[in-house]
Design a protein around this ligand. Structure first.
Ligand SMILES: [Mg+2]
Length: 215
């Protein structure tokens, strides 16, 4: 009898625990609405204000040398793809993305542009490093110019032999090569941790991105 009571007790406890602690799953419709609110309701800009303010404070403490450089990622760091993402229902449709980026009219993120201007005024060298491919170089270059990112040392895209490398490996390899060329990378600005992880990153500035995540 005692065994029966003990078994019943543990079964009830297990059932209670599994029902009370079940993770509430967010419905996709609600998730989309929350993301939309985040970007369009001022929260994204507010968060960026704080991040850029903090970044400027950190860079102000650094002595800028002739070879000091800051790396900027492009997609959703310098330029914002939010409108394209919204048009695709926050999914990914390759043809639509290709059309969107090849128009060279992807808008700048003004607060990141402000950080770029701040660094230029401090005579920091700017390097754009993107996971975009080499056949996208021309319109990517043009887009940066169109959006006011007119001064930079170099724009680096993925070469054909680098297409299959994981993002973190591709970007780390480039930073190592740049360091060997003589640059001192004092900072790195990106919307993905794969932009920032790895060696020679300097001060890491993470731009928020609730649209997608690169692994
Ligand atoms: Mg990016």
């Amino acid at each position: 009898m005692n065994r029966f009571i003990t078994l019943t007790f543990f079964l009830t406890l297990t059932l209670l625990l599994s029902s009370c602690c079940r993770e509430e799953l967010l419905n996709l419709t609600d998730a989309r609405e929350r993301v939309k609110q985040y970007y369009e309701g001022g929260q994204y800009d507010k968060e960026l204000d704080e991040i850029v303010f903090d970044a400027k404070t950190k860079f102000s403490t650094i002595e800028v040398k002739q070879n000091s450089a800051v790396i900027f990622d492009i997609d959703d760091t310098a330029l914002l793809n939010y409108e394209a993402s919204k048009r695709m229902g926050f999914g990914y449709v390759k043809n639509m993305v290709d059309e969107w980026v090849s128009g060279a009219e992807v808008p700048a993120i003004p607060r990141v542009k402000d950080l770029y201007d701040f660094l230029l005024n401090k005579n920091v060298k700017i390097i754009f490093l993107t996971g975009r491919f080499s056949d996208e170089y021309d319109y990517t270059y043009q887009n940066l110019i169109n959006e006011g990112f007119a001064i930079f040392d170099t724009l680096i895209v993925r070469r054909p032999e680098e297409q299959k490398l994981p993002a973190v490996e591709f970007k780390s390899n480039v930073r190592t090569a740049l360091t060997q060329q003589g640059y001192e990378i004092i900072g790195n600005v990106g919307d993905q941790w794969t932009d920032l992880d790895g060696p020679h990153s300097g001060i890491r500035i993470k731009i928020p991105n609730y649209l997608y995540q690169t692994k």
